[in-house]
Design a protein around this ligand. Structure first.
Ligand code: FES
Length: 155
C-alpha cells in the first residue's frame, strides 16, 4: 500500500485507541496479500500515538491478523461443530488435495492460502468456507473443484 493510501485510510478513523482494531482490520483488508506489514503497524501506532510494541502485540494476539503475506485468495474453512458434523473434515481434505498445501500454508504461486476459522454465521448452509469476503455454503467435493477452478481463472 502506498503511504498516501495508508494515510487516507487512517484518517477515516477517530484518532483514539478504540479505533485500533478497526484500523488494523482495514489496513489488512487493503493489502492484496492479506497481511499487516511493519509499515502498517508503524503507521497505526503513529496515527494513534501508541507505542509500536503495543500495536504489534495486539496484531499478534488476534488470529484474524497476519504479519506475513498470504495468498491472493484467502480460504477459511469453518471448523465449528455444525460444519464439522456436516463434513468440514472431508472439505478440508479435498482442499488440501486440490491445492497441494496444508492449513496455514500458501501455494508457491501465491494464489491461495488455507486457514481454519470458527463459525462464519451461516450454519444453515454448513459445511461452509469463506474466500476473501465471499461465503460459500453447502459445500461438496464437486462444488469445491468448481470454486477453485473459477478462482484460478479469475486471477
Ligand atoms: S458452524 Fe460453520 S458456519 Fe456456523
Amino acid at each position: 500500500m502506498t503511504p498516501i493510501n495508508r494515510d487516507k485510510l487512517l484518517t477515516q478513523h477517530e484518532r483514539e485507541g478504540d479505533s485500533l482494531l478497526a484500523i488494523l482490520h482495514d489496513l489488512q483488508n487493503a493489502s492484496p496479500e492479506h497481511y499487516l506489514s511493519d509499515d502498517d503497524l508503524r503507521a497505526a501506532a503513529d496515527y494513534l500515538k501508541l507505542p509500536y510494541s503495543f500495536v504489534h502485540g495486539v496484531a499478534t494476539f488476534y488470529t484474524m491478523y497476519s504479519l506475513k503475506p498470504r495468498g491472493r485468495n484467502l480460504i477459511r474453512v469453518c471448523q465449528s461443530p455444525p460444519c464439522h458434523l456436516l463434513g468440514s473434515s472431508t472439505i478440508s481434505r479435498e482442499l488440501i488435495g486440490l491445492l497441494g498445501i496444508g492449513f496455514g500454508e500458501t501455494t508457491p504461486d501465491k494464489l491461495f492460502t488455507l486457514e481454519m476459522t470458527s463459525c462464519l454465521g451461516v450454519c444453515g448452509v454448513a459445511p461452509a468456507m469463506m474466500v476473501n469476503d465471499r461465503v460459500y455454503g453447502n459445500l461438496t467435493k464437486e462444488r469445491l473443484v468448481e470454486v477453485i477452478k473459477d478462482l484460478r481463472r479469475a486471477t
